[in-house]
Design a protein around this ligand. Structure first.
Ligand code: ZN
Length: 269
């Protein structure tokens, strides 16, 4: 029975994973993520039901579009599987058990799934374009508000005032960001990263968020040190690739946050 439950959770994870990749591709291009039917970006071929099944469709189609034969990037396949495993790992850490279903744990799992949708999509877009999509941040803050209301209903009163303070800070940053955008006609990556940090604090606790930030800073520092060391040893060959990645702070922060959140759940549940 438990195996059956975990298979369902894995399938759910791959479906979410498929949605993340779709959202990461469509949101920056301003394509509707719900009403537009999935299509091949090369020939526009509308995908049939069987071509929409995560993981399996990639294998059965031989990693190619059925119509124009263009290669489908393995990243979709890998991300869907990774997302499936992340869901299974979270359910396992929360000790979700088919024989003893705990309503509170199932709800916590649901909130984490909604939260992951926010940070994974933000990370994906940041990795591709070094940009934080504000519409996804709004979604994240909406999930955070529902989570806070849930905490209120469940009687976790001690944290409510703190959470309300975070929400107020988020709104203040939003005003600041809007003002900056009107003045400069540009987005402020820094302010939007701070807004993302507040979403993270509400959904993954202060400890996990602050540790994630620390881990990312240390990784950036180490990467920079290795980069300069390599360049000082080998003056002709410059490696720019590593250095480009470390400026995608939201992307790095998401990876650290998810790993630490899973680690924390393993310890506390
Ligand atoms: Zn095609």
């Amino acid at each position: 029975m438990n195996v059956f439950l975990y298979v369902i959770i894995f399938i759910m994870g791959t479906l979410f994973g498929s949605f993340y990749t779709l959202a990461v591709y469509r949101i920056p291009k301003k394509i509707d993520i719900i009403h537009t039917h999935s299509f091949c970006p090369n020939c526009g071929h509308k995908l049939g039901f069987w071509e929409l099944i995560p993981v399996l469709s990639y294998i059965f189609l031989g990693a190619k579009c059925k119509k124009c034969n263009i290669k489908i990037r393995p990243r979709y396949f890998i991300l869907e599987i990774l997302s499936g495993f992340t869901f299974v790992l979270i359910a396992y850490c929360l000790k979700i058990d088919a024989y003893n279903l705990n309503f509170e744990k199932v709800l916590r799992f649901g909130f984490i799934a909604l939260y992951l949708a926010c940070i994974f999509i933000i990370a994906g877009i940041d990795k591709d374009e070094r940009k934080i999509e504000k519409s996804v941040l709004y979604y994240g803050i909406m999930v955070s508000c529902i989570y806070i209301i849930y905490l209120c209903i469940m009687g976790h009163n001690t944290s409510i005032y703190r959470y309300v303070m975070y929400l107020v800070s988020f709104i203040m940053l939003l005003i600041l960001d809007t003002e900056y955008q009107i003045r400069t006609a540009k987005q402020s990556y820094f302010i939007e990263t701070l807004m993302l940090i507040f979403v993270m604090i509400v959904n993954s606790t202060e400890f996990v968020t602050l540790t994630s930030i620390l881990v990312v800073f240390i990784s950036i520092l180490l990467t920079k040190m290795i980069y300069y060391l390599k360049n000082s040893l080998n003056k002709h060959k410059k490696e720019h690739k590593d250095l480009k990645q470390i400026h995608k702070f939201a992307y790095l922060l998401t990876i650290a946050n998810v790993i630490l959140l899973i680690g924390q759940m393993r310890l506390y549940y």
